[in-house]
Design a protein around this ligand. Structure first.
Ligand SMILES: NC(=O)c1ccc[n+]([C@@H]2O[C@H](COP(=O)([O-])OP(=O)(O)OC[C@H]3O[C@@H](n4cnc5c(N)ncnc54)[C@H](O)[C@@H]3O)[C@@H](O)[C@H]2O)c1
Length: 351
């Protein structure tokens, strides 16, 4: 094997797309997926690559220093792509400490392991940290987040991600650890846990249940197809400059209510319902505490320096996403029924 890479959080939404891309595109890389399989981790996301010779799964917690050390000793990693995190803002409002533990402490444990195991030679090594545009705070009606925008996180989730970004840069400046950070906008696509806006709406529309929309649906997000994010990570991992931050975005801003209306139109078409039927399910609910008004990414640096750009128009990506959810009822059912959790417990008792 040419390189051995550790990908953390590979059983989650974005992580599973990154693992799939790397395992298929780089048969001479050994890809080790470390994931604790929290409620958000699902090995069914990787059913199509699980038997590939260059893929290994390790169940474990990134905050477990002894376990992470043992993994670094066994595999002698050349690089880390770090995605494992608690990722849902609403959950961070209910239980901030879980976010501090995984997102801050977990990142520090990984950085420390890299520092220790790479101290003799940092040549060819890279710690790639996958982060979010939410670290920049919120925008008014105008402007974009650039790599120079000062951090201003406003939820426990974004504050924990901002803290981890600062730790990554601190290890770079203090210990010369080769690092790169990317900050990405909201992702959508297949294998997305149905607590997030788009998969939740698809599921509820399908089941004729109310589709909750916070406040008046005025919040604006910049949406990127998850496979384009995975491609951007691949590009930055191989061609990015160490010590740099790259913003990743879709140049694709949507008000939540406009997005949900578009989704309702697509669902009416796919389900053979009369136009306007699904939109009747839209239900405005009490706004999220501290809800950021607008996020919008300026991804010019990534485009100019490394030639990356999104491959799909939003309407096309959304249709693909709806098609995937309608064709994968079983996946959705397992995720929501908790049946897959039971599967893991049975599976891992045997090992
Ligand atoms: N979803 C987005 O729109 C988005 C946008 C920008 C950045 N990000 C970042 O991308 C990364 C992945 O996001 P996602 O949406 O795929 O998240 P996700 O919640 O779907 O997946 C997270 C994965 O991490 C694993 N995990 C959680 N705690 C762990 C621990 N302590 N040890 C090991 N594994 C653990 C989970 O089991 C899960 O498989 C996160 O770092 C997130 O901050 C997400």
């Amino acid at each position: 094997m040419q390189r051995t890479l550790l990908i953390t959080g590979g059983a989650g939404f974005i992580g599973s797309h990154v693992v799939r891309l790397f395992v298929n595109k780089y048969p001479d890389y050994r890809i080790v997926n470390l994931d604790a399989l929290t409620y958000a981790g699902n090995l069914e996301n990787l059913a199509d690559v699980k038997d590939k010779p260059n893929y290994t799964f390790e169940k474990g917690d990134i905050t477990d220093e002894a376990f992470v050390d043992q993994l670094f000793t066994s595999y002698q990693f050349d690089g880390v792509i770090h995605l494992a995190a608690e990722s849902h803002v609403d959950r961070s409002i209910m239980d901030p400490l879980a976010f501090i533990r995984t997102n801050v402490l977990g990142t520090a444990v990984l950085l420390n392991a890299c520092r220790k195991y790479w101290q003799d030679s940092m040549e060819g090594k890279l710690f790639y940290h996958v982060s979010t545009d939410e670290v920049y705070g919120t925008l008014g009606a105008e402007g974009f987040f650039t790599e120079e925008t000062p951090y201003d996180p406003r939820s426990p989730y974004s504050a924990s991600k901002a803290s981890s970004d600062h730790l990554v840069m601190a290890y770079h400046h203090t210990y010369h650890l080769p690092v790169i950070i990317s900050n990405c906008s909201n992702n959508y696509g297949s294998h997305h846990f149905p607590e997030k806006l788009i998969p939740l709406a698809i599921r509820n529309i399908r089941q004729n249940k109310p589709v909750p929309v916070y406040g008046k649906g005025e919040n604006v997000r910049d949406w990127l197809w998850v496979e384009d994010h995975a491609r951007a990570i691949d590009t930055i991992f191989h061609k990015g400059r160490t010590g740099e931050t790259y913003n990743i975005g879709g140049f694709n801003e949507w008000k939540n209510i406009d997005l949900i209306n578009l989704l309702c139109m697509i669902m009416d078409k796919k389900l053979g319902r009369a136009p306007g039927t699904s939109a009747q399910l839209i239900t405005f609910v009490k706004d999220r505490a501290g809800h950021d008004l607008r996020y919008a990414i300026d991804a010019t640096k990534l485009n100019k320096e490394l030639g990356w750009q999104p491959s799909l128009q939003f309407e096309e990506g959304l249709e693909k996403t709806v098609d995937w959810y309608l064709a994968n009822e079983e996946w959705l059912q397992h995720v929501t029924s908790g049946a897959y959790q039971q599967y893991y417990e049975e599976q891992y008792q045997k090992r």
